[in-house]
Ligand binder design. Structure first.
Ligand code: SF4
Length: 330
């Protein structure tokens, strides 16, 4: 049985870690960009970012004054048993959010959309957001918190099948130019693309692709992986670098996630997880152990399953067949 107090303890701790400590994969990606960036001003900006993160960690203070909108992603093992069930779990997540807002502190960004009422704790109607997924043959709960900033770093377009890969690239470039030119998200960003599903699913998937995969990770489908590489390369060749300065360091990585969609359309969303790419994860076990990490491991083979029933060996075969076949487009 997973105790409710363990959930609350873990949820509070990851809120603190996410606000203060940038994940290693993102830091490593930025340091690599610092090596390859040729524009002097952009190099200066990248170096200042690294210094800022180090100062935040040393002082145990949030690395950006805007601590974004804290949210949770909860992956529940199919064999997990929760004390008090999901209602108690959600209560623990809300209490942890309020405590972290007070003690880290986080900026109390959440307000009612009309009255602008602020409870001063980042808790309110449907706040923090809590999204769920499930995992077979597991008895733990993975809690991931993401403090996503960048009010405007998101866009959506309904493409059509005939738009193809070129249409995807065109929309991606339109968005990246606008984000950079108008200062809609602080770059370099992890850019997530949601491709397919229904309109709302495309939006959800794109945000998850940005926030719940680590820099350097490629999609197991070789066609999707190749698209990720191409979009990353494109994003770094539009002439803009960190914070919209001239340069070639805009996209630290690009992650694409796909979902089966309507045969007549190809919905696409683009999300920027800004230079404050804040995420932290805790695995809570039934015996009280809590393990902390920064890789959400959200997109498991089960999440990306394609058939009627989940057969781990069938999924492996499907992906291996795809890899043997190699990318199928010119
Ligand atoms: S976009 Fe990110 S880095 Fe920029 S102000 Fe917002 S939270 Fe901070």
């Amino acid at each position: 049985m997973i105790r409710n107090q363990a959930i609350e303890t873990a949820a509070y701790e990851i809120m603190c870690r996410a606000a203060i400590e940038i994940p290693e994969d993102y830091k490593t990606g930025i340091k690599a960009m610092l090596q390859s960036e040729t524009n002097e001003l952009s190099r200066f900006v990248l170096a200042a970012m690294v210094e800022n993160w180090e100062a935040a960690e040393a002082d145990r203070r949030a690395m950006c004054a805007d601590t974004g909108l804290p949210r949770y992603y909860v992956k529940v093992g199919n064999e997990a048993r929760l004390e008090g069930g999901f209602v108690a779990l959600e209560g623990a997540l809300r209490r942890a959010t309020a405590r972290a807002t007070r003690e880290v502190p986080l900026r109390p960004n959440r307000v009612h959309p009309l009255s602008r009422k602020d409870n001063n704790n980042n808790v309110g109607i449907l706040a923090p957001e809590i999204e769920y997924s499930f995992e077979p043959d597991a008895d733990w709960v993975d809690l991931t918190t993401v403090h996503k900033g960048g009010l405007f770093g998101t866009d959506y377009r309904m493409l059509f099948p005939a738009d193809g890969i070129d249409g995807i690239k065109r929309f991606f470039l339109d968005v990246m130019v606008q984000f950079g030119r108008r200062g809609l998200a602080c770059q370099p960003a992890i850019v997530g693309i949601g491709l397919g599903g229904s309109k709302d699913a495309a939006m959800t998937l794109g945000k998850q692709a940005a926030c719940l995969r680590v820099v350097g990770e490629r999609h197991p489908d070789p066609d999707v992986a190749r698209l990720e590489e191409e979009l990353k390369e494109l994003g770094n060749n539009i002439g803009m670098g960190p914070m919209g300065f001239v340069g070639r360091s805009m996209v630290v990585d690009c992650h694409v996630e796909v979902a089966y969609t309507h045969t007549g359309g190809m919905p696409m969303s683009v999300h920027s997880f800004c230079l404050s790419s804040r995420r932290a994860v805790a695995r809570v076990h039934g015996d009280g152990r809590i393990e902390y990490r920064t890789d959400p491991r959200w997109f498991t083979p089960y999440m990306r399953r394609e058939g009627l029933d989940y057969e781990p060996s069938a999924e492996r075969t499907r992906l291996e067949a795809g890899q043997a076949q190699g990318p199928g487009r010119g």
